[in-house]
Design a protein around this ligand. Sequence first.
Ligand code: SAM
Length: 265
Amino acid sequence: MTRYTHGQHPTVTDSYRWRDAENSVAYALDEMVPGRSLLDVGCGPGSVTVDLARRVAPGRVTAVDVSAEAVELARATAREAGVEGIEFLVADVHDLALPEGSFDVVHAHQVLQHVADPVRALSRMRRLAAPGGVVAVCDSDYSGMYWYPRLPELEEWMRLYQRVARRNGGEPDAGRHMLAWARRAGLEDVTYVAEVWNHSAPQDRAWWGGMWARRILESDMGRQALEEGEATREDLERISAGWKAWSEEPDGVFVVPRGAILCRV
Ligand SMILES: C[S@@+](CC[C@H](N)C(=O)[O-])C[C@H]1O[C@@H](n2cnc3c(N)ncnc32)[C@H](O)[C@@H]1O
C-alpha cells in the first residue's frame, strides 16, 4: 500500500487545474477521437478528464481515482464545464473491477509514479483495453528536472521530495521507467515519447514558483516530511523562500521532463 505523497490540499489540486489535453496528453491526442470510449485512471480534480471527454464525445467516459475527495473535485469540474455523462468511480487501479476489454483508450496521467506496483497497474489497464485499443500513460521524471539558477534551496527541495516519495512507496523518476514497466506488463507494441513542461515564461514562473512556495509549507508532502523527521519547519521555510526567490528571478528556467508510452493492445 502506498501513501499519496501530494495529498488533496488546494495548493496541490489547484495546480493540476492548469493541465489540459493539449499540454499534458499531446502524445496521444490522435487517439482521442469522437466516439471512442475512454477510461481515465487517477483522474484527480479532472481538468484533463473533462478536456479528453470533450474530444471523444459522444464516446463513453469513465474516470476513477483512489481518493473520494479527488473524485468529488472531478465531478464538480465536469459540472462547471458543462460536460455531462462521465461515470465517476472511487477505485484503486491495481484491482479495478471493470469489464475486460471495455475501453478503446485507457489513460493515466501522473499516476504510476505514486502506485505500489506500476507493472501490476499497467497489466490491469492492458486488460481493460479493447483489442485494437490503446493504453496511454505519462509521468514526470524528477531526477531529470532542471532549473536555473541552481538555487541550493531547490536542490534541497528535490532531495527531500525524492526521500518522501520513495518512503511512500512511489517512484519519482517514473518517466524513465515507463517502457520497461510496459514490457514487463505484457504490452508489446509500445512507443516511448519524451515531452516537457516548460515553466520559464514570466507568468508560468510566477505561478509554478509561487505554488511550490506555498505547497511545501501547506500540503501533505511538507507535513509528511516533518512527521517522518526528514525535515524541520526551518528547512521547509528555507525551501519555500528559495521557491519564492526563484519565482521572482527574471532569468529563471524550470523544465519538467515527462516520459509517455502509447501502447497498442
Ligand atoms: C498527480 S495526480 C494526477 C491527477 C490527474 N491525472 C492530472 O494529471 O491532473 C495523481 C492522482 O492519482 C491518484 N492515485 C494515486 N494512487 C492511485 C491508485 N492506486 N489508484 C487510482 N488512483 C490513484 C491520486 O489520488 C491522485 O488524484
